[in-house]
Design a protein around this ligand. Structure first.
Ligand SMILES: O=C1O[C@H](COP(=O)(O)O)[C@@H](O)[C@H](O)[C@H]1O
Length: 256
């Protein structure tokens, strides 16, 4: 695991964008495609905007396939939809072809949408290299990631799959990757910034294991790597931050 702690949210975003471009270039060189699962919530908006502007000509976007690590059970036109946020901030500005975007089909209802997405993933990753190149994750101030919320049954799901669940805390159905599905990715990157996340960051990285309370502790890649991209404010409650920190030195993104 690498902790990459930057001064400001903008610096965090800049570093993650660079990492995204680096992993994309490597995956495209090796497999002629780059598969990424986006996170929801509001934190990734700035990342998308940076990718859609400064990285417009630095990534082979026609070889990038987009998925979603979780979705709210609302129409894809609803303001709460993770898909809608990505559409507005990334897909439309970059003119991404629909064939490269795998939305969670919420019109089917949460249960059916989760099953259908699991099948879609199995069909997509039907070859030897059977997982995502990159999964981007956020962190809720209650220590959830994707829609793996505290005290929910999905925390005990051992299948690498997509599941639907009702989350009392937010009074809605969600559709989410399970932790085993996240953990088989080649690269996992947490994007976390702001003081409001500091307590959760401390729970995940330094407190005793208690996945019921701190679900993001379930994220432990089986073979891939795990990087945290966060700002000083989010890292401010870590007691051992400098002792545990490994600075990630990223090469410049490829130029066309
Ligand atoms: O509910 C969710 O929250 C987390 C964190 O969101 P943020 O708005 O605090 O950035 C997010 O990672 C997750 O995908 C989302 O559905």
């Amino acid at each position: 695991m690498h902790l990459n702690i930057a001064n400001t949210p903008d610096d965090v975003i800049a570093q993650l964008a660079m990492y995204f471009a680096q992993i994309a270039a490597e995956a495209i060189e090796e497999r002629d495609r780059f598969t990424v699962a986006l996170s929801g919530g509001s934190s990734p908006k700035k990342l998308h905007e940076l990718l859609a502007s400064e990285y417009r000509d630095k990534i082979e976007w026609d070889k990038v396939y987009f998925f979603f690590g979780d979705e709210r059970d609302v129409p894809l036109t609803d303001q709460q939809s993770n898909y809608l946020m990505a559409k507005n901030t990334l897909f439309e500005p970059l003119g991404i072809d629909e064939s490269q975007i795998f939305a969670i089909e919420t019109h089917l209802g949460a249960e059916e949408a989760a099953k259908e997405y699991t099948t879609a993933l199995m069909n997509f990753f039907d070859e030897g290299n059977s997982s995502f190149d990159l999964i981007i994750l956020g962190l809720g101030d209650n220590s959830h990631t994707a829609s793996l919320f505290p005290h929910t049954p999905v925390l005990h799901d051992e299948s690498a799959s997509v599941q639907a669940l009702y989350i009392d805390e937010v009074k809605m159905n969600r559709i989410t990757f399970t932790a085993p599905l996240i953990n088989i990715a080649h690269h996992i990157a947490f994007l976390v910034y702001g003081e409001g996340k500091a307590e959760a960051v401390k729970h995940i990285l330094e407190d005793e294991k208690n996945v019921e309370l701190y679900p993001a502790q379930l994220i432990q890649p089986s073979n891939g790597d795990l990087l945290w991209f966060m700002d000083k404010a989010a890292a401010s409650k870590l007691e051992n931050q400098y002792g545990r920190m490994t600075q990630v030195v990223l090469p410049p993104p490829p130029l066309n």
